[in-house]
Design a protein around this ligand. Structure first.
Ligand SMILES: [Zn+2]
Length: 274
């Protein structure tokens, strides 16, 4: 069976989870049991668990993410979400230090928080991430809610940070959708910049089939532009995108099998040191 790593998963098992509406659209129960069962069915050996947004402006506390990962029996590994206040940065670093063996990355919710990638509040986080060789994931592109701030979530806002910190591993979530070409340039230009292909498909609106074709074409073209698939990482963004649809997208890419393998697990295993 093909080995797969899902580098972008959400879960809370709480009623005030703001991703429940995506779970409903996708017909998902959005529970740990369902998630682990589905991973098993599709041959997904590991997943990285990220805090989902809650109703209001907050996201699930990071200690709850650690607890869920513990309950998963090693199948899920935690990514610590960092909010742009000195207090939150300090707490995130403390938690990462206390759970050093488990924590695989940090995440910054660009577009949802009032900060840019280069806000000085994150300097301590970037220093720590660099020294511990922990990647930082950034939400980029379209936001799940209409109130999101696209000026802060545009992928080109990461160019300056990548220039300044060549030792920091930067991962652009959702391939900057719809700015695929900007992300193609960023992963081509910067040795330390990667992109995940999670959360690109949700529900079925008009032209759903054409849209998936368009996505596969855009991502394939980014791979041609970058000259390879070393910088592209598979993720679902469960419950936003169903496992079947996320894997179908990879299947549709017009690339060689060795590149599909890099996307499905080799790159993630290397970058997150799994
Ligand atoms: Zn996500």
């Amino acid at each position: 069976m093909q080995k797969i790593i899902d580098a972008h998963v959400h879960l809370s098992e709480r009623q005030d989870d703001a991703l429940i509406r995506f779970a409903q659209v996708n017909g998902l129960r959005y529970t740990l049991d369902e998630l682990l069962g589905t991973m098993e069915r599709y041959g997904i050996m590991r997943g990285l668990l990220l805090s989902p947004p809650l109703q209001g402006a907050t996201s699930l506390p990071n200690d709850k993410i650690i607890t869920l990962c513990t309950r998963s029996d090693g199948r899920l590994a935690p990514v610590i979400t960092v909010e742009p206040t000195p207090k939150d940065v300090k707490a995130a670093l403390k938690l990462a230090e206390e759970n050093k063996k488990e924590v695989k990355a940090f995440k910054i919710r660009l577009g949802y928080v009032k900060a840019s990638a280069q806000s000085p509040v994150f300097n301590g986080l970037y220093d720590y991430a660099e020294s511990e060789r922990l990647p930082v994931l950034f939400h980029t592109g379209d936001t799940a809610f209409s109130t999101g701030d696209l000026v802060h979530s545009h992928p080109l806002t990461l160019d300056g940070l990548a220039n300044k910190r060549e030792g920091l591993t930067i991962i652009l979530c959702h391939f900057g959708n719809p700015w695929f070409e900007d992300v193609a340039e960023l992963i081509y230009k910067h040795p330390n910049v990667y992109a995940d292909i999670s959360g690109l498909i949700t529900g079925s609106k008009g032209y759903a089939e054409k849209y998936v074709e368009w996505l596969a074409k855009k991502i394939s073209e980014a791979i041609y532009f970058a000259g390879g698939a070393e910088k592209i990482i598979f993720g679902t963004d469960y419950p936003v995108t169903k496992h079947s649809e996320a894997l179908d997208l990879v299947r549709r890419l017009d690339v060689e099998e060795v590149d599909r393998e890099k996307i499905l697990w080799r790159n993630a295993e290397r970058v997150f040191r799994l």
